[in-house]
Write a protein that binds this ligand. Sequence first.
Ligand SMILES: Cc1ncc(C[n+]2csc(CCOP(=O)(O)OP(=O)(O)O)c2C)c(N)n1
Ligand code: SF4
Length: 317
Amino acid sequence: MSYTCGMLPVLDKAGDHQYEMAEYEGARARWCPGCGDHSVLTAVQRLLAAEQMIPEQTVFVSGIGCSSRFPHYVKTYGFHGLHGRALPAATGIKLNRPELTVFVAMGDGDCTSIGAAHWVHALRYNMDMTVMMLDNGIYGLTKNQTSPTTPQGFKSNTQPYGSYLPALNPLAASLGITNASFVAQTAEWAPSHLYATLRAAYKHKGFSFVRILQRCPVYTPSLFQRAVQEPERIQLLVHDDGVVTPDLEKIYKAQLHHDPADLAAARQLAEQDDRIILGVFYRNPSKPRYEETRRVVPRTPAERVTLLEEEFARYAV
Ligand SMILES: Cc1ncc(C[n+]2csc(CCOP(=O)(O)OP(=O)(O)O)c2C)c(N)n1
Ligand code: SF4
């Protein structure tokens, strides 16, 4: 069975075919052994299979970086673009093909440095897509340069005496943008939390920004070491409208009941730097989405020519 969205045929969910997880596997991942990106890929492939997403109606968009190799490793459509430019490409795709399910994979450099302007405006445009920012606190692909999320004092090739400035806080920054509608944090070493958070992000109608704390055993091996080994450093946000992971609640005993509808509380939590907080900080499904107001109406080539001629005529002297 199929229905139509404008002029484009849209297939129903998987129909009779039951997709297995293996059917979403693309090329063999070439990340280093122990890289946290592997864990994110597994969670995403699980989600694709659980939701029976149709590969040809799903697209992964990325910039450049280790994490941006993501589209190669999932068997869906993909666009591996330019450093920092994943979000403009994803915006164009969603605007012209709103029926597609769009995922974006970015590194912390990709998103919060060269792509920062796009990040700000994409949050405000609130177009329906799931955005994963894999934060390893460093430029991985180009081998160890300071990124905006590198902790102060951390030595790298570009700041060998230690990063000069305090790290940028991607959660607080996202929550400060007008019309942001979904902001969450998870960690790749907590697979059930990672999966539940990505699922919540996928289900949210709007721009779902998920910061994923990601280990890079090559350049920032110490960054999350204590958080991994000492679960008391982690605090879980729990709420029925957030993510629920009963198995983890035994490991992470520090829990906070937080209603993701409360923006002021979310902003306060995002500023805490004495612990790592995992969960949905903010979710508001009623925020306006740009693709709803600016939907591109599908046209035939002849209609496009007529419209272009009308437009040129307006400027004729
Ligand atoms: C315009 C431009 N500037 C710089 C680069 C070089 N470059 C490629 S990836 C990258 C940083 C990657 O770091 P990040 O986005 O944090 O992702 P990671 O590799 O850590 O996953 C840089 C600086 C580039 N490809 N294009
Ligand atoms: S350099 Fe770091 S981020 Fe890049 S693949 Fe290796 S472990 Fe992963």
